[in-house]
Ligand binder design. Structure first.
Ligand code: X8Z
Ligand code: ZN
Length: 601
């Protein structure tokens, strides 16, 4: 989702002087600190006003990338993050004062209202927001031009399709290198960005920007890092089993000259630009027996489903649970397909423009099973946003950011063969002998993702803390890729390259731990929702489609937003107050057993 524009800030009546070029900082803001309650109320009002301007400017920028829209978005962001910084500074007045739990929570959330902490120096703030807008724009416009700028160029969509479909190792390598080399020229820009972001974080009292990001989980930053590690250690053996089996199958396909018998596997062979989800190579990894016998992509294409039709399938899942239909404006204002006449940010996102019902998605939809899932993911964000709209501004966010990412994915776990039959997309439900194939398909999406979900912020935490220095940006990245994913680049890379930047969330400064948490949480949510729905049998066959009781329970948690520490929200839905990987482990237990048998052979 677009960093859910639940920014904070505090307070008060601020008067922004009229700005011409270059725009002055909003240090003209007047802050009413007469009482903590008044301060928080004013801050929420101020931040809401600025966030509305920011989301409109960012929406236009992302839908129409030009120098001008980038400048407008950078400007709006500058005003917003400046307000956050100034409000956070003013809030120090209440340090050590006795305030209600509610005010204390809001004062804390105020500081965390943006992943981009602002330096107090106006020129530096200006530079930082310009860098941020330029990096997202440059990433989105990125192209591989094998014959130079005047020849034919390929964007990420096209290169990703090659990664997904080609089974020619040379072709795969070319597409992989083509995209990753787009990032080569961005190291200095990113290093400066890190410097300025850290400066902002330090001024707010955090050790660095990574520590600031880790502070958003209702626990100390170190405790959160330990929590991530605990969950990773729970799931690591499952990933290892899948990786070992993948090696065996990839050797069969590409030979042991390309795929080594031990050690990390070349990254270009997994069907995905970042080797983060492996569903596109299901054909190479499918169990010899147990294929479900249908191909959802082929069915959707065969029925001439268009992008809007794809989104309609997603919406009807949510409404079957008793949730409301998407507003008329969603259909009018969303972007569903890549426009041919202009540059846009195609990385899928869900938006909440006005903290009411003006929700939208922006996505360049392909008619594929993969995007069928992504649509549920994005709508999960929109339904969360609509559910918490009556919360005060500082609580208009998910319990923690992993919850926001997990909702749509949890519902997509209910897209089972039984469900597809109910909605008329298939005619026969494959019997239990297909379970291995179904589990493999899911595992290639979620189990394969786990180490990547974990390492992206391991990387940025080290970059922000200075443990990985600009001169080692690529080395540091590949050490983590090798350690956690056990993959290696298709050919030797060096410090002329900056491969981490070839991932959207690095270039666009979106924190990533949320996706690792979501990979764990979605199974916990699914287990709890199925229990509420009274659905019995194995969880990979269970669907809550049409179950109003499950929908009501879900809605109850969504409506809480970020008003309470996340364990309380988790308890409302699941009865549990800890994030726990046993749900994902139980879900995949039959596959793990089978993989280990194959791997032992
Ligand atoms: O960025 C996303 C969503 C938007 S919040 C499409 N995801 C991560 C990614 O693409 O890297 C979903 C899975 C992980
Ligand atoms: Zn998302």
């Amino acid at each position: 989702m677009k960093r859910s524009l639940a920014f904070l800030s505090l307070l008060a009546i601020l008067l922004v002087a009229c700005n011409t070029n270059p725009s002055p900082s909003p240090t003209t803001m007047t802050i009413n600190t007469s009482s903590p309650e008044q301060f928080v109320a004013d801050a929420e009002k101020k931040l809401f006003d600025l966030s509305l301007k920011l989301s409109r400017a960012q929406w236009v920028q992302s839908n129409f990338i030009t120098e001008d829209t980038e400048a407008l978005a950078a400007d709006a962001n500058k005003d917003y993050i400046a307000a956050v910084g100034e409000l956070a500074e003013a809030a120090r007045k209440f340090d050590g004062q006795k305030v209600s739990d509610d005010v204390a929570r809001k004062l804390k959330l105020l500081k965390l209202a943006t992943p981009l902490p602002a330096p107090s120096d106006a020129k530096e703030r200006d530079e930082l927001t310009k860098l941020a807008a330029a990096m997202e724009g440059d990433y989105s416009k990125g192209k591989y031009c094998p014959d130079g700028e005047t020849g034919k160029c390929f964007n990420l969509d096209v290169l990703s399709e090659t990664l997904a479909k080609s089974r020619n190792a040379d072709e795969l390598k070319k597409a992989w290198l083509g995209w990753h080399n787009v990032a080569n020229s961005h190291r200095d820009q990113y290093a400066r960005f890190v410097e300025l972001t850290n400066k902002g974080a330090k001024e707010m009292g955090f050790a660095d920007a990574g520590a600031m990001w880790r502070s958003n989980y209702d626990m100390e930053p170190d405790a959160f890092a330990a929590e991530m590690e605990r969950l990773w250690l729970q799931v690591e053996p499952l990933y290892d089993s899948l990786h070992t089996y993948a090696r065996k199958q990839l050797i069969k396909k590409y030979g042991d000259k390309i795929v080594p018998a031990t050690g990390p596997i070349p990254a270009h062979l997994f069907g995905n630009m970042w080797s983060q989800q492996w569903n596109n190579i299901y054909d190479l990894l499918k169990p010899p027996t147990g294929d479900p016998g249908y191909d959802l992509t082929k069915i959707l294409v065969g029925r001439k489903t268009d992008a809007k039709g794809m989104v309609k399938y997603g919406e009807s899942f949510f409404t079957s649970l008793g949730l409301k239909t998407l507003p008329e404006t969603f259909w009018k204002r969303s972007l569903f397909t890549r426009p041919q006449d202009r540059e846009v940010v195609c990385h899928a996102s869900a938006w909440d423009i006005d903290a009411k019902d003006d929700v939208r998605i922006k996505m360049c939809i392909n008619i594929t099973e993969e995007d069928f899932g992504v649509i549920h993911h994005e709508l999960g964000h929109n339904y969360y946003q609509m559910a918490y709209q009556n919360q005060p501004f500082l609580y208009q966010n998910s319990a923690n950011d992993g919850f926001h990412e997990a909702i749509g994915d949890a519902l997509a776990l209910s897209v089972t063969p039984e469900y597809l039959k109910q909605i008329g997309l298939i005619t026969n439900v494959p019997d239990a002998s297909s379970d291995l194939g179904l589990l493999m398909q899911r595992a290639l999406n979620t189990v394969a993702f786990l180490p990547f979900g974990y390492l992206v912020d391991q990387y940025r935490w080290k970059v922000f803390s200075g443990e990985i220095k600009p001169g080692d940006y690529n080395k540091g990245w590949w050490e983590l890729r090798e350690k956690y994913q056990s993959i290696t680049p298709p050919e030797a890379r060096n410090e002329q390259n900056f491969d981490a930047w070839a991932k959207y969330h690095v270039a666009a400064n979106v924190p990533y731990s949320r996706y690792f948490l979501a990979a764990v949480l979605q199974f916990q949510f699914h287990r709890a929702l199925c229990k509420e729905a009274g659905v019995t049998g194995p969880l990979h066959r269970a669907s809550i489609y049409g179950n109003k009781a499950a929908g009501a329970k879900l809605q109850k948690m969504l409506e809480m937003g970020q008003s309470k520490p996340w364990p309380e929200a988790l308890k409302v839905l699941t009865g549990e107050d800890k994030m726990d990987a046993t749900a994902i482990l139980d879900y995949f237990a039959p596959l793990k057993k089978w993989l280990d048998e194959q791997n032992a052979k």
